[in-house]
Design a protein around this ligand. Sequence first.
Ligand SMILES: [Zn+2]
Length: 336
Amino acid sequence: MIDVERIKDRVDCRDLIERDLGRPKYRNNTHSKYKCPLHNEEKGYSLAVYEDHWHCFGKCGRGGDAISWLQEYHGLSFQEACERLSVGDLPQLDQARRPPQPKVQPVSEPPSAEWQQAARKVAYMAMNILWGQEGKRAWEYLEKQRGLTEATIVDAGLGYIPGEYHEWKTIEGLNVPCGITIPWMTYSGAIWGIKVRRAAGQQRYHQVAGGNIKGSLYMGDAIKPGLPIMITEGEFDALIAQQAAEGRISAVAIGSASNKRINPRWFPKFMTAPSILIRMDDDQAGQGAAEQIAGLSQASQLIQVPQGKDVNDFYLEAGHQAVHGWINDLIGGNGV
Ligand SMILES: [Zn+2]
């Protein structure tokens, strides 16, 4: 039998990795630093290697011990890596035999600070317009056809950019579609993007150019540790769920079924959730997304709405108390 702990004790990760990557950029008594080969790092030196472990502080965020290094870098199985380490038969460094780069989904970052600054101005400007005369119709739509309360609209920072449904405007140097603005941000945190819902047209949803909605999760920054999470497809569904739950869950949205590969950035937040309720649209794309997300955590559960085609519909048809009770049942609460 292979004694994993003994293998780990015997191998100094710094030597092991130096053998693969050559002389480190930097080495002191505790660690060495390299360009991380696991995400083909170009600019910095994010891979830090210590005696008993290694960690990439950059994009891929990978890390582990000597065994996992052989798995990640040389594409060995756990078993193979242990065997080779225990007999000292390390993989050869023949470049041609390097395994293909592992398919790592890099940990996503918000857009640049400059973009965020401009986008925040656009979002606030749109909020002001929504509150004024020009925003009246959009406001009515949000209240009557989406069931959102004033408090939810304010908390979500929803806004409105007036104009024809096909129009784009240049605001703060950004290319902005006209319509209802749904900022992907928190007041204290980053702004990842601004989704815009147009009043008409083939493609209803667009986004302000330069955002990184694809790498983000709507309201993901606002997830409260320890609370159940509901993941919906659309932003309005998440807002309604949040409103109906009255603080009992954190609701988030992927924004579109094509965003089903949730970025690893959010995984630590999922870990503390006692349950994760997944509610995607009833089409094929939605169901594919639901299955993909359900694979993330054992606490996940696919849910259906008792009435209507989505959470938003259910809320409009059955009312606040019905949706509140439904969510409460789902999370096993006993309050009202
Ligand atoms: Zn890396």
